[in-house]
Design a protein around this ligand. Structure first.
Ligand SMILES: *[C@@H]1O[C@H](CO)[C@@H](O)[C@H](O)[C@H]1NC(C)=O
Length: 227
């Protein structure tokens, strides 16, 4: 039987495919919903970027993800790399952000620099004419990266703070996701009860029809990895 958020956590072991088999990987705070008895047709949220960890070490990722029936993880990313310029042409102290799906390999759209305070809107929508999820990442309202993947149907949605390798001893600053809206294909009166939270709080999950769910603010606490 699937417990709360098991769809989301089933995928965690393999998440962010940059890691090699022997690499250290860890997860911190989260706000997670699913699995739904329907499927997620559309999800949008805006991550307000915090400062990168100091020092910037390999690798620290913030992402809102959706585990899918196809075994994919749709996960637009904000990643702090040890060498920002080598990855997306970013300056020291910046993030790299891009649309991405982990599908065995890490598929991705264009990687672009982003700064603390930038508002990254990560939008996923199922496209009925293609059967794919269309992703866009926007910085302060301007689309910068897109990706479409055949991934089946999304079953859960959750935020993650993920460390790999040397970032697994660092501290990640508190940050916020605002104006989150998750739209199911059909009403699911069980969905709200699947909410699982770790080291986070929110302004509350609201719905008037058990189909469209909104959270105006998700507050993710600061987290220090010690792996
Ligand atoms: C669905 O995908 C097609 C092909 O990429 C695109 O032309 C179309 O605009 C998409 N539909 C919507 C509603 O975005």
């Amino acid at each position: 039987m699937l417990g709360p958020s098991s769809v989301f956590f089933a995928t965690l072991a393999a998440i962010l495919g940059f890691a090699h088999g022997e690499d250290t990987i860890g997860f911190g705070p989260y706000f997670s919903l699913g699995p739904t008895q329907s499927w997620i047709r559309e999800a949008t949220t805006t991550l307000v970027l915090p400062k990168v960890p100091s020092p910037q070490e390999e690798r620290l990722a913030l992402w809102p993800g959706m585990g899918t029936s196809g075994g994919d993880l749709i996960q637009a990313l904000a990643v702090s790399f040890e060498s920002p310029s080598a990855n997306c042409g970013a300056s020291a102290g910046q993030w790299c952000t891009w649309a991405s799906t982990l599908q065995g390999v890490q598929l991705g759209g264009k990687q672009v620099p982003a700064s603390a305070g930038d508002r990254l809107t990560m939008h996923y929508v199922y496209n009925d004419s293609t059967g794919k999820y269309d992703q866009t990442v926007s910085i302060n309202g301007n689309v910068v990266s897109t990706l479409s993947t055949s991934s089946g149907h999304a079953e859960g949605w959750g935020t993650a703070v993920e460390c790999q390798v040397d970032a697994c001893t660092g501290t990640v600053a508190a940050h916020q996701y605002v104006d989150t809206v998750i739209t199911l294909n059909a009403a699911d009166s069980t969905f709200a009860r699947t909410l699982a939270i770790n080291e986070a709080s929110s302004s509350g999950l609201t719905t008037s029809d058990n189909k469209v769910f909104k959270v105006s603010t998700i507050n993710i606490q600061s987290h220090t990895f010690n792996i």
